[in-house]
Write a protein that binds this ligand. Structure first.
Ligand SMILES: NC(=O)c1ccc[n+]([C@@H]2O[C@H](COP(=O)([O-])OP(=O)(O)OC[C@H]3O[C@@H](n4cnc5c(N)ncnc54)[C@H](OP(=O)(O)O)[C@@H]3O)[C@@H](O)[C@H]2O)c1
Length: 254
């Protein structure tokens, strides 16, 4: 890894869904390495909470309310971040959600909500941030996919389809941005203990089912995913692009 612990000094990182869960953990990890942080989400209270933690850690940080499904809001987010920090070097497309339901039981509204959040949101952020990232000689796009971009299962079909779509976008963007020295890498977490999975952990049978399916027999931590994101932002990972890195306690090895 980098010899300089502040190897992200002078870099600006935007993290969608940076106000809690994996996004918050990554915001704190990147701030620890010296990056200036912009977090975006819909919940202002959670934004404030995370900003307080970032400031406590000595980071320069700002929060922005943005629904990544809305083009006008994402366009404004990009303009506001550039106005505030003057540049963007790292974009983490982390905002995402899940609905557990069999494919044919989805309503049109549910389909739209999930695909708009998990696919359209990623595309819109790339569309409006990448132009600001070009010409800097360094750039990182990190897209959150999932073990469900590698396998699927009953009740996970539409979520899985959104994450497969993001894996495809990641590969194409990586190729399109080679000359700009912007790498694009996906991270596929297994089951991580966050708000997203709180209902599963609260149900003893479902919780046990997940522990049984995960060879390490434990939940992953948001900090573990954040450490991988931090590595991807380092110069040590400069040759890594277009791929999807699993961190899943062995789930996909089975
Ligand atoms: N936890 C897991 O086990 C797991 C496994 C595989 C992949 N992932 C992926 O990892 C990412 C982060 O998950 P997490 O577990 O940290 O989830 P989480 O704790 O539920 O956090 C989700 C984040 O996304 C934001 N978000 C959701 N919809 C949004 C929208 N329309 N516009 C803007 N922000 C939005 C939320 O902020 P607001 O609510 O304030 O908008 C929140 O910050 C997701 O893409 C998820 O699919 C998670």
């Amino acid at each position: 890894m980098e010899a300089n612990p502040k190897f992200l000094n002078g870099r600006v990182a935007v993290i969608t869904g940076g106000n809690r869960g994996i996004g918050r953990a990554t915001a704190l990890a990147l701030a620890g390495a010296g990056a200036k942080i912009a977090i975006a989400g819909r919940n202002q209270e959670k934004i404030n909470e995370t900003l307080a933690l970032l400031k406590e850690a000595g980071a320069e940080a700002a929060g922005f309310v943005c629904d990544v499904r809305e083009e006008a809001q994402v366009k404004k987010l990009a303009a506001d971040v550039v106005a505030r920090f003057g540049a963007v070097h790292i974009l983490m497309n982390n905002a995402g959600t899940a609905i557990r339901k069999n494919v044919i039981d989805f309503t049109m509204d549910e389909w739209r909500m999930l695909t708009d959040t998990n696919i359209t949101g990623v595309w819109l952020c790339c569309k409006y941030f990448v132009p600001h990232m070009k010409g800097r000689g360094y750039g990182r796009i990190i897209n959150l996919t999932s073990i469900m971009a590698h396998v699927s299962s009953t009740g996970r079909g539409v979520y899985s389809a959104t994450k497969h779509a993001v894996a495809g976008l990641t590969k194409a963007l990586a190729l399109e941005l080679i000359e700009d020295k912007i790498t694009c890498v996906a991270i596929s977490p297994g089951f991580i203990a966050t708000d997203l999975t709180a209902p599963l952990r609260a149900d003893p049978a479902k919780n046990q089912g997940i522990l049984d399916q995960t060879p390490m027999h434990r939940w992953g931590e948001a900090d573990e995913i954040a450490s991988l994101a931090l590595y991807i932002c380092s110069n040590s990972a400069a040759f890594m692009t277009g791929n999807d890195v699993l961190m899943d306690g062995g789930f996909c090895a089975q």
